[in-house]
Every structure is written in C-alpha cells, then in structure tokens.
Design a protein. Structure first.
Length: 266
C-alpha cells in the first residue's frame, strides 16, 4: 500500500528489506508506471507504459518519429486528460493513418516504428552538411557526468532511464522514464513543440543503444549519441550506414567510439 504522497513520478511503499542485521520494514521510493493512450485526430494509435511525466512531449515525439508530426505547424491542438492517462493530438490536416493496427507497447520491450513493417528497421541519414566541431574527450566525460548527476528519478528510485538533448555547452533538456525509448520520444516531442532544430545537437542517454534507438535518433536528425552503456551489433552497423557518431560506455574516465570517429578529437 502506498503510505504517502511522493514527488511526481514516484510512489512510496513499505517493504521488507534485508541487511546484516536481518529484516526490517522500510519505506522505499518506487517509480510510477501508468498506461498512456495516445490518440491522433480521435483515433487511438497506441498505448505506452510510461511514468506519466511529460506525456504531451511523449505523444508528440512518438508521432513525430513515426513521421506524422513534422513541424510545429502540424500541431493544431493537444489535450491531456486530468489523470494524464490519455493525450489527444489534433493535426490541421488529417493524415492517412499509417499503422496496420493500434498497439500496446510495454515499458521494457523493443519497439520499432509501427509504420516500418515487421522486422524492418530504417533510420534517416543525418544531414552531412551539418558540421559539428570535434568533441574533445574531456567534454564527452563532463556531459555524461552532468547527465548522471541530473537524473533525479533514477538517483531516488534506481528504476528509470535518462536521456538529454545537449549542445557543446551542456544539457538543454533532460527526460527520465521507465522506457529508454520513451525518453527519446520525449526529447523529439520537446524539440517539435519548442521549434528546436536538433540537427546540430547531441543525444546523451544512460540506456543500451539498440537499432530501435538509432532509428529514432536518425529520424530526429541528431548526428551524435553519447551513452553510458554499450550498443548492439545491429546498432553499430546502422550507425555506420546513417552517419551517426556513437560514443559509448562512457564511464570511469574511459569511452569507446563505435562509429564516425571524425567527430571526436582533442
């Protein structure tokens, strides 16, 4: 049973905890999970397991990466239910519905875009005309340290992933959720709603870099990913095809550059 109200996205439960002294009843902070329904022009598109924070950004970002929302001008109205379990997104033009069927996406599961077709994964190539100054290793380490130190929900509950949109000067916006895919969608939604061009930005994340994450970042047009974790083999191949730099396993003063190392240097 929840014992008292906690900060947004967190619930408090009494549990039995064990240490060298034995068992004791202890209050702990647990990350919240809800089912969020996303509607496009009154048609239900998807149900996503998420924390329940930044649901407007999550809905817009999901539709943006699916290719439905392309610019802020496409957004006519966004309505969020009082319980934050439903988001209705309305577009000025009623786009043809691209999905084969409405789906439920679980928090930890892989989730290729529904319009991609079964088993297919494709990411747009990043714009080769955008030239970023080389990222020095010291800057990469400091950006990752800033991400980890700013991950409030994870530091309290140890139950979330965290991602951020950044430039060379630091983090611009940070989002946490039970699903690493959700955090990327939120950043895409934030950029669309605020009219931010992501083509010269950086994605930082605590999560493993899978081909689905590369697909999302590629569709955003972001040229650099910095991760606390490691990539999959399929992700590396896709990164190299699409022109995205991945600096991964950034921890303990070390890092690995898995693709397009020309953007990394002293």
């Amino acid at each position: 049973m929840t014992s008292e109200k906690s900060p947004a996205g967190i619930e408090r439960f009494d549990i039995q905890a064990y240490d060298s002294s034995g068992f004791s009843r202890t209050p702990v902070e647990i990350i919240k999970e809800i089912s969020l329904e996303i509607f496009l022009n009154d048609q239900r598109v998807v149900t996503i397991a998420c924390t329940g924070n930044h649901v407007k950004e999550l809905a817009v970002g999901f539709l943006g990466i699916e290719g439905i929302i392309r610019t802020p001008a496409d957004l006519e109205k966004i309505e969020v239910s009082d319980d934050r379990c439903r988001v209705h997104v309305y577009t000025g033009e009623v786009y043809p519905f691209p999905f084969e069927y409405s789906r439920t996406i679980f928090s930890s599961g892989a989730r290729l875009g529904m319009s991609e077709g079964r088993g297919k994964c494709s990411a747009a190539r990043v714009d080769p005309s955008v030239r970023l100054p080389s990222l020095a290793p010291g800057k990469v380490l400091s950006l990752m340290e800033e991400l980890l130190n700013s991950s409030y929900l994870h530091n309290v509950t140890h139950g979330t992933h965290c991602s951020a949109l950044a430039d060379r000067n630091g983090l611009l916006v940070l989002r946490e959720d039970i699903g690493r895919h959700n955090t990327i969608d939120m950043l895409c939604g934030y950029a669309l709603i605020e009219g931010i061009d992501p083509s010269d930005k950086i994605i930082l994340t605590t999560g493993r870099i899978s081909s689905e994450i590369v697909t999302k970042v590629g569709k955003m047009g972001v040229p650099v990913i910095i991760s606390h974790s490691a990539p999959t083999s399929r992700a590396i191949r896709l990164l190299r095809e699409t022109g995205i730099t991945l600096i991964g396993y950034v921890r303990g003063g070390k890092m690995n550059v898995y693709s397009h190392e020309e953007r990394v240097g002293d």
